[in-house]
Structure formats: C-alpha cells, structure tokens
Design a protein around this ligand. Structure first.
Ligand code: FE
Ligand code: CA
Length: 513
C-alpha cells in the first residue's frame, strides 16, 4: 500500500460507504437493519503471529448508555467478518461469522487464521446490514526468518479528561507495523469539572456496567480509533484499568469504601471489561480475579516481545506507595512480576531467538534515587532484588540485546541500565525507553532538565511533553524517536521528534543521534 493511500485510509477517507461487495448484500431480502449503526467504537486488531491475527470490534449504537451495553437490545447478534489483501476487498483471503454475545457486551474476538507471513491485510465487519470501518493489520515474519525492518510505536497513559488523544492520531500517521500499549488505557476516576473533556459518570467506576461504559467512551474517540485501525496492538494493563496503585489483591486504600466481596467483584468486572475491549487472544480471557496476560510474541527472528504483567502478582509496595527511603525495598523475598513470571522471563531471555529481546512492561525500571535516597515504591526501585535477579539473569544467560519499554510516569525518559547503579563505571547491560503519556498530566512543559541526574548518571533524557515513542527495528540497530506534542488541551497539535537514540546490535546502552 502506498504511503498516500495509507494516509487517506488512516484519516477516514475509506468510509464504509465506499466499500462495494459486502454492502451490496446489506439491503438484500431478509437482512433488516433493526439496530442503529453499531460500529461507533471502531475496529482493532492485535496479537499478530506469522499466520493469524485477532480482529476485534464491539457493537454499541449508543456508547455512553449507563448500563454499559451501548444501546444494544438484549440477545446475541451474528457478526460477519472479512479479511482481504487489498483495501477494497476485491478478493477475500479469510472470512466467517461470529456471535457477538450480550453477555460479553457484544464484543467479538476473531482469530483470523490461514494468513501469509510478513504480510499486510485489511479487515471489516458487518452486523444487521451495517458495515464497519476498515482496519489495516499485518502478520509477523515466518518462524526462522527476519522479515523486513519494521516500525513499532509504543504508548501509555491516555486520560480522557486531561487532554485530546491527538498523539494517537499522530502515531497512526507514522504508519507503524505494530503498536504496544503499556497500560493506563483508561482511568477509573469519576468526572472532574473544569478539565479538557469529561468522563461519563460522576463517581469512580466500580461495576461491570461502569467499566464497560468507560471503555466505550474511550473507544468512541476518533483519534484512538485511527491508531487501532492502522496496525495490530499488543496490550498489557497497569493499575488504572482496575484502581490506582493496587498491588494484586491489595488496594491502594479503601476509597471508595468496598467490602472484600465488593473488591473481588470490582476486580472481576475490571478484567472482564478489559478483555472485552482489547484485541487479545482467547488465551488471555480472564477467570474471575485472574487474567493471564504475560506472554511472548515472536516477530520472526528479528524481535521477541516479552509482555509483562507488573501489577497482578507483585508484593505490596514497601513502606507505602510514595517516594521513600526504604530498606524493605531490598528484601530478596520481594518480587514485582512474582516468582513464576520472573522465572518465565529469564527462561525466555535464555532462548537467544530474536535479535532484540524487547520487554514491554509498565513501571520505571532503572534506578532513580533522589538526593535524599528516596525512590518510588510503586516502581522497580521498590523491588530492587527482583530487578537485580532479572538483570544479572540476562547477563548470565548472554541475552544479546535486552531493551526495556516502560510507561506509567507520564514523562519520556531514556536510560542506560547498569550492572551496579551505585557505580557509574560499572557495565552498561541494557537500555530502557520510557514513553510519556498520550494525555495524562495535560500539556506539560518544554523543560528537559533530567531530575536527579547527579545521583543517577545513567538517566540520559527527559521530556515533560505528551506523545509516544516510535522505534525502527532492523538487524543492526533499534532506533527510538521520542515524539512530542506541544498541546493536548487543544485538539490537533503537530508531532515532532524531540530526541532520538540508537541502540546498536551487540552494544548495550543508548547512543544519541
Ligand atoms: Fe498513568
Ligand atoms: Ca500507572
């Protein structure tokens, strides 16, 4: 697909009405439109493999209805889907029907199989005579092959009230092959007056209906829809998809007041709604308060994505959730991913399969002590023995190019990872790229003074503006362009690259370019 036609597509030039073959059937006898246009939440794809990808949509003619059911009538609805190698669907490579169940808020997760490796596809849905927007997706290179160089963008922290999602649209315009979302896809808070936009619902979300409506409000955003429609996503949640700073089953505090049973019901609802609204494989479907999210995705031999869950299995934050000088944070018994996931990660880092081992996770990984010796207890600094086991583990296993990707902090950072953070002359053993938020925190400022850098000389870059990170991955280099928007309080700001780094194959750490 040419750059021009892709851009037309991203910007909505390919409306459903332009699509001929499937629409011709919409008015056929026996197919009656009994619901208003239901594709107001857009379409998405995710979890690419060499021969398959997940296709997602959710039917919601009235996305903000308080019951969370999006204006859908009771009962299940058949949804047809199509995949084509061309955006006009001249011929189909895969198609079928799936039931959008009322019990799942009329969301569907189609595993479209039988696809060719390292290939671009287009997909769409039909329900009761209505045709969805068209999405673009792609498969990974075949097992054992490197495939083409690829572009991967990553993002986190999209607070609807604190700004427009322009950064999602700019990301789509960069035409990545893959998008990672590292958590805080929604925020659980009730509406706060005086902000750029307003959450539906005045109270903090707690029930399944609440979470479903919140996802529907976010999915109805056209900029977010553009980012979903341009490329497959790999997602992992952080805290705000459930509740701020929770640690597994331990709440931040008892606000709002909930009994243990109510907290269990809330977590169950949050995970169910997360799965309903993300392009995940059925293997990631939750069961009660458990959702199996950590997983590996191979991009041929070029990259392996280790997607971590740093929220569900962690020990409670040491010494409270804030910035503390806390000796408990050094306890060997404490883990951020949990022991099972730590072992799973190190086993994966020992495979030496992809040129790049990319660890997609949520919270700040490198050490960051302030001048009082305090650090954020919600980050890996609150679980220092766990971090040390992982770092020494990948060094011992000869992991070639470990790169940690991070969200959560609403600022962009670029960090060298050190064998011993207390010794600046110790070996650099990897790199961390931290994306700023899509909108959380509002406009930010242009101040790029790196906080605490005198105590932490491995911290190389800092920006307070909103945006995302665009990476280009080849067999010899991983390039990171930190993308910055001047404003999110006004819609439509331009994106520009504020800083770029390269990571060279076989040479740990960041090189400024
Ligand atoms: Fe956040
Ligand atoms: Ca967070």
């Amino acid at each position: 697909m040419s750059r021009l036609s892709r851009r037309t597509f991203v910007l909505g030039g390919l409306a459903a009405a332009a699509v001929i073959p499937i629409e011709a059937r919409a008015g056929a006898p026996g197919i009656q439109a009994v619901i208003p246009y239901p594709f107001k939440l857009g379409v998405a794809s995710g979890e690419p493999a060499a021969d398959s990808v997940v296709l997602w949509t959710r039917l919601a003619p009235s996305p903000l209805n308080a019951d969370g059911l999006g204006g859908m009538p009771a009962g299940d609805v058949v949804v047809d889907w199509q995949v084509s190698a061309d955006e006009r669907f001249g011929s189909l490579v895969a198609s079928g029907s799936v039931t959008a169940r009322s019990a799942d808020a009329h969301s569907v997760h189609v595993v479209a199989g039988g696809l060719s490796p390292d290939a671009e596809y287009f997909y769409r849905f039909r329900a009761q005579g209505h045709i969805s927007p068209v999405g673009r997706t792609r498969t990974t290179p075949a097992t054992g092959t490197f495939g083409r160089d690829f572009k991967m963008a990553f993002a986190s922290c999209s607070h609807y009230e604190e700004g427009y999602f322009t950064a999602y649209r700019r990301m789509a315009e960069d035409e990545p092959d893959l998008i990672l979302h590292l958590g805080d896809y929604i925020y659980e808070y009730g509406a706060v007056s005086g902000r750029t936009r307003t959450h539906a619902g005045t109270a903090e979300i707690v029930s399944l209906a609440d979470y479903r409506r919140r996802y529907a409000q976010y999915h109805a955003d056209p900029d977010l829809q553009a980012a979903h429609a341009i490329a497959p996503w790999l997602v992992v949640n952080d805290d705000h998809e459930v509740e701020n700073n929770h640690a597994g089953n331990t709440r931040e505090n008892n606000t709002p007041a909930l009994t243990a049973a109510q907290w269990t019901a809330r977590r169950t609802a949050a995970y169910k709604a997360y799965y309903e609204n993300m392009p995940l494989r059925p293997a990631q479907a939750p069961s009660g308060t458990s959702i199996p999210l950590y997983r590996r995705v191979h991009w041929g031999r070029l990259a392996t994505f280790h997607m971590l869950d740093t929220r569900q299995y962690r020990h409670d934050q040491a010494c409270g959730d804030g910035w503390q000088a806390c000796s408990d944070a050094d306890l060997a018994s404490r883990s951020l991913p949990g022991n099972a996931q730590e072992t799973w990660l190190l086993d994966g880092l020992a495979q030496h399969y992809g040129t790049w081992d990319i660890i997609g996770q949520q919270v700040f990984f490198a050490r960051r002590f302030n001048s009082s010796g305090q650090a954020s207890m919600d980050s890996w600094d609150g679980y220092r023995a766990s971090r040390a086991r992982i770092q020494t583990g990948w060094v011992a296993r000869g992991t070639r190019n470990p790169v940690v990707l991070t969200g959560d902090v609403h600022r962009a950072w670029a960090n060298d990872l050190k064998a011993d953070y207390a010794n600046p002359n110790s070996a650099t053993i990897g790199a961390e790229l931290v994306t700023t938020s899509i909108s959380s925190g509002g406009n930010g400022s242009d101040d790029q003074t790196i906080p605490d850098v005198s105590n932490n000389p491995h911290l190389r870059f800092y920006s307070q503006r909103r945006g995302y990170v665009l990476t280009t991955v080849t067999q010899t280099q991983m390039r990171a362009d930190f993308r910055r928007l001047g404003s999110v309080s006004e819609h439509g700001a331009a994106a520009s690259t504020v800083k770029s780094f390269a990571i060279a194959d076989g040479l740990p750490g960041l090189q400024a370019i």
